[in-house]
Design a protein around this ligand. Sequence first.
Ligand code: CAA
Length: 240
Amino acid sequence: MGRVAVVTGGTTGIGAATSLALKAEGYTVCANYLGNESAATAFGQSSGLPVFEWDVASFDSCAKGIADIQAKHGPVDVLVNNAGITRDSMLHKMTLEQWRSVIDIDLGGCFNMCRAVIEGMRERKFGRIINISSINALSGQAGQTNYAAAKAGMIGFTKALALETASRGITVNAIAPGYTNTAMVAAVRADILQTIIDSVPVKRLGTPEEIARGVVFLASDAAGFITGATLSINGGKYMA
Ligand code: CAA
């Protein structure tokens, strides 16, 4: 049995590619999802990976989800906080619901999930936490005050937790993907998306697999000296 990895939002997009890439490296992967039952079922069947439904915005659901996984598969060694949503709107039109839902899921989910695994990782003196942030946390993006704030919050969270856990064999890092070929990006209006792609130096979207390779590296023993870092994988669009 390999190390146990949990990937939130792990049945679609970057999360699905990450689940598959970790499985290929020998991890026992548990993929979390919420809502999209048909995609999760299809992913579970095609990958052979167990899927678990809970809402990362719920503190109690995260605690229960991790307890269920640990009862079935053993202690969680690797956590990938990938689950996230966008609710794009210019601030002058943004509703409180659009603000809160993105903060609660994207940033609150990171807290809820880390809180559920951190005591066990500290006791066992090993852990890998990889938080999927965004290029737009670093660069800003018109129409995304909520998302940029949540994703930038994940980077500060990453650095603080890295300091807390460095002496316990736990590394905590972020990845800041650029525009990647997922349903989230496909939802951007076509003319706006084309302008964005034209502005990427490599002139294309990233693939979910290209982001997943970064996760696999940060989860590995070879990355044990890397903590508190943010790895940009963005085709050169923003160089922090
Ligand atoms: N910079 C500056 N101003 C901009 C702008 C930009 N990039 N984009 C739009 N504006 C301005 C427009 O010129 C317009 O100005 P006026 O009112 O003076 O005419 C104003 O903002 C309103 O623009 P829209 O007509 O586009 O407004 P809308 O309400 O129809 O749409 C929006 C707003 C939904 C945010 C839309 O602009 C949009 O989808 N933008 C793209 C947002 C984006 O990149 N999202 C990324 C999603 S994928 C993701 O987030 C994954 C990841 O991690 C990378």
